[in-house]
Design a binder for this molecule. Structure first.
Ligand SMILES: O=c1nc[nH]c2c1ncn2[C@H]1C[C@H](O)[C@@H](COP(=O)(O)OP(=O)(O)OP(=O)(O)O)O1
Ligand SMILES: [Mg+2]
Length: 209
């Protein structure tokens, strides 16, 4: 049986401000006090896994152990069909500035441009379909764990559009919409996103009857 959250406090084991905002909003109706990894001064573990689940578990266990509280981590990324699912688990790495110019920090525009560059090599008629994946992992200090996976399909658009959201949002148009995740109101992203899909499964198991 999966362990369930029984206390009020939960560490949100992410150093990404955009994720923290979305996860805190998704948790708001459930009376959970969210403590962020940044707020607690927790280190950012190296993401050595080769799957979203491995990385999410690694981040959740590291935070749970360090804070001695249950912790929720999110590992996510964008997979492009015509690129064989890349960048996938390596989506954040593609945005590392040092990858481009030996300079720490992240540059989403450069990373989206790298995806576009690889797609453009395949010609104007290239399949632009892609999907965002999100794996949420909860870990407890005693070692228990729970994993929830979500996905949203869409198309990679270029040039990027919109100013809301974070990361690759300006280049992603979810299926059934004409606007990118960075143009849609946050409430709509929170209804259909990969994170929302994983979160619905978490809610059903953790907070369900
Ligand atoms: O809704 C999203 N909208 C736009 N971009 C997104 C989204 N969800 C994930 N992404 C991108 C951001 C990052 O490049 C990668 C996740 O990488 P990932 O390692 O899971 O997160 P991260 O390093 O930014 O923060 P942390 O590990 O501290 O949670 O996928
Ligand atoms: Mg990361």
């Amino acid at each position: 049986m999966t362990r369930k959250l029984d206390g009020q406090r939960l560490v949100i084991a992410t150093h990404n401000a955009g994720k923290l905002r979305e996860i805190s909003a998704l948790l708001a109706p459930y009376g959970i006090e969210c403590l962020s990894a940044g707020q607690l001064g927790l280190p950012e573990p190296e993401e050595t896994g080769t799957t979203f689940a491995q990385n999410a578990l690694l981040k959740a266990h590291a935070a749970a152990k360090a804070a001695q509280l249950p912790a929720l981590a999110d590992d996510s990324g964008l997979s492009v069909t015509a690129l064989g699912g890349r960048p996938g688990v390596y989506t954040a790495d593609w945005a590392e500035r040092q990858w481009f110019e030996g300079d720490p920090g992240r540059d989403w525009y450069m990373a989206m441009g790298k995806v576009e560059g690889l797609l453009a090599q395949q010609g104007a008629e290239v399949d632009r379909s892609c999907w965002f994946s999100c794996t949420l992992a909860i870990a407890w200090p005693e070692g228990d764990e729970a994993v929830y996976e979500g996905r949203v399909n869409g198309a990679f658009c270029w040039p990027p559009r919109g100013t809301m959201g974070f990361g690759y949002d300006p280049a992603f148009i979810p299926e059934g919409h004409d606007q990118s995740f960075a143009e849609l109101p946050l409430a709509e992203k929170q209804r259909i996103s990969h994170r929302a899909d994983a979160f619905a499964k978490l809610v059903a198991e953790q907070f369900g009857a």
